[in-house]
Write a protein that binds this ligand. Structure first.
Ligand SMILES: C[S@@+](CC[C@H](N)C(=O)[O-])C[C@H]1O[C@@H](n2cnc3c(N)ncnc32)[C@H](O)[C@@H]1O
Length: 348
């Protein structure tokens, strides 16, 4: 039997033919060609350069036309004049999301020595601009990759810290060798020696992904939209992404469970929090108390209330309103009314 391999997924290093890939700051497009050849067809890729086609033709006279033709044959979209600082708003990119956004050896050009502070700062500005644009263009499991020299003075760019400021976290840092990508020829990309390659030396590919704050918002939106199953899956998948849920993540999930009346799940997660050494905060207590009260589980609400008081936290306005309504309807035990009134007086 002949098996058609046309749709078979193909990989080269971190990149798959099933990824939507955006290449930023290409030099002579040899990296794009390498990926395109590995995949067979490159419909999944958009390869971009900062410079215009005219500049590239002058800079890389021997290879650029052949590389662009190769990419065209393989149906790769090629865009010129794409600035990493504004690419998010580029007319042909703004509505698109990518699984991999890649910038190999970002470099903002030369205004001095690589060791000079002002030179380092212009590189950092470029990387910051790139990361903050890329952050808006990632699919939820997407990654931004930067291949970068790691020895001094390049270590001074502190790209991991830049990513963290933007809301991306380092997933992995893996060694980079040029021969991983047959045909790729890294270029200086600017100045009089634009067409010169450079020794890559000590360098790595840094992989960044959305951090826990991004996922908190996403899980919260899913819970609010009633998509609890997807929210729960996302919550469970966080460790696989190298992310630890924080107290807010737990609070969002507990609130989601309570809203849907899944009180056992809410209780289990509350207990898991303690086991995983994430102490519930006053939001957690108020969320779970309200959840149990709203579903008429007053005795459990009372237990959580007592725990909250012992920890030195207070009921918030919503919790108090629900309690007051229950008192009026005489649905709460008398002993508890005493505890509650003491805390109420202390808090207000
Ligand atoms: C050291 S070269 C690397 C080129 C190519 N990525 C490679 O690996 O051969 C740096 C590249 O960054 C590009 N670049 C500089 N400023 C940029 C910007 N604002 N947006 C996008 N690319 C930029 C330059 O055009 C140049 O091609």
């Amino acid at each position: 039997m002949v098996v058609c391999k046309c749709n078979e997924e193909k990989w080269i290093e971190h990149y798959s033919s099933s990824h939507k890939i955006l290449l930023v700051g290409e030099g002579n497009f040899s990296f794009a060609v390498c990926l395109a050849k590995a995949f067979g067809t490159a419909e999944n890729m958009i390869a971009t350069s900062f410079d215009s086609k005219e500049v590239l033709t002058n800079a890389y006279p021997n290879v650029i036309m052949a590389n662009l033709e190769e990419l065209k044959q393989r149906r790769c979209t090629v865009l010129h004049h794409v600035d990493a600082h504004t690419m998010y708003r580029h007319p042909q990119l703004r509505s698109k999301l990518f699984d991999r956004i890649v910038f190999n050896f970002p470099h903002a050009g030369f205004i001095g020595w690589e060791t000079e502070k002002r030179q380092i700062e212009i590189h950092r500005t470029l990387v910051r601009g790139f990361l903050s644009n890329a952050n808006h263009m990632l699919t939820k499991n997407g990654e931004v990759h930067i291949t970068h020299k790691t020895a001094y003075p390049f270590s001074k760019w502190e790209i991991v810290e830049l990513a963290e400021e933007i809301g991306l976290c380092l997933v992995e840092k893996v060694p980079f060798e040029r021969w991983y990508y047959p045909g790729y020829m890294n270029k200086r990309g600017s100045g009089a020696k634009i067409n010169r390659t450079f020794r890559v030396g000590e360098c790595s590919t840094f992989k960044f992904a959305h951090n826990i704050f991004f996922y908190n918002n996403l899980i919260d939106d899913l819970c609010n939209a009633g998509k609890l199953t997807i929210a729960r899956e996302m919550f469970s998948s966080l460790p696989m992404k190298g992310l630890q849920p924080n107290v807010r993540t737990y609070n969002i999930m507990i609130s989601g469970f309570c809203k849907e009346g899944l009180l056992n799940e809410a209780r289990e997660l509350f207990e898991k929090m303690n086991k995983n050494s994430y102490s519930p905060d006053h939001f957690t207590y108020n969320i779970i108390i309200q959840g149990f009260l709203q579903h008429n589980e007053t005795s459990w609400a009372v237990k959580y209330f007592q725990m909250m008081v012992d920890k030195g936290f207070y009921a918030n306005v919503t919790t108090n309103t629900i309690w007051t309504n229950l008192f009026s309807a005489k649905k709460v035990d008398k002993t508890f009314t005493i505890i509650y009134s003491k805390v109420y007086v202390k808090a207000f």
